[in-house]
Design a protein. Structure first.
Length: 255
């Protein structure tokens, strides 16, 4: 494998880099080149020139291929559209952040002072990027696609990520289904509003409101639902699911 990997002076880096053997154990992979995991965990806020972004680019591509192949083999009767939605669920930021949290990557991230103080250790986007960067690092270190594939699939199985692609999530998410329901009955599109954020990262709870204006029934010109979730997206999906049920019931009464 031909790639220029910087050599780091561990004494000049944060103390957590000296504990990377524990991370290697959790990952199930031991690096021959100790500079690669350091680079994979180094955010641009620490060094704008030498950081994980190139490894992230490589890891993103590798992850996409591994998950696409796994889905292709596991679901021989699914069409391209369905497989695409499944893959999107498995490689999105929140899914990768689940892996990062299981690996405790927040303990190893190398961040600048400002990013650390701003809660960067638990920022979903940074955690997801670091997972992809580590995938790229494993590939460069091993020079072997099979090794990368085994690591990725082990994480997805061990942390039950394949369970994310339940049937209702595969077909369409609640927000998409609500939008189509409203459009089919010439009703305005829903509006989502964050009402409240409870607690501190990474254990925050989000309370969200979904409203549909113009649904006139029983003297109502607006229908509102609220829900909470461990992310804003989850709360919005729950709001939309409840709204679908309410509108479906009311439309049935109007028939």
């Amino acid at each position: 494998m031909i790639a220029t990997i910087p050599t780091f002076d561990v004494k000049k880096l944060p103390s957590q880099v000296r504990k990377l053997s524990a991370l290697s154990y959790e990952m199930g992979y031991h690096f021959s080149n100790p500079n690669l995991p350091i680079l994979a965990l180094m955010h641009r806020s620490f060094d704008p020139l030498v950081n994980y972004e190139r490894l992230e680019f490589l890891g993103d591509a590798l992850l996409g291929v591994v998950i696409a192949e796994a889905l292709y083999e596991r679901y021989p009767n699914h069409n391209e559209g369905r497989l695409t939605r499944m893959r999107a669920t498995l490689v999105r930021e929140s899914s990768l952040a689940m892996i990062a949290n299981e690996l405790k990557l927040f303990d190893y991230l190398i961040l600048g002072v400002g990013e650390r103080k701003g809660g960067g250790r638990h920022r979903i986007s940074i955690l997801a990027d670091a997972v992809e960067a580590l995938i790229g690092a494993i590939y460069l270190d091993s020079g072997d696609f099979i090794t990368v594939k085994q690591c990725i699939l082990t994480w997805y199985e061990k942390y039950a990520l394949f369970g994310l692609i339940q049937e209702q999530q595969i077909l369409k998410d609640a927000k998409s289904r609500l939008q189509e329901l409203l459009q089919a009955h010439q009703l305005p599109l829903p509006k989502y509003e964050l009402l409240e954020t409870i607690g501190n990262a990474p254990n925050q709870i989000f309370r969200v409101q979904c409203s549909v204006v113009g649904f006139i029934h029983a003297n109502q010109t607006e229908q509102i639902t609220t829900a909470t979730g461990e992310s804003r997206r989850i709360a919005e999906q729950r709001c939309a699911e409840t709204m679908i049920q309410i509108i479906t019931d009311k439309l049935a009464v109007l028939k």
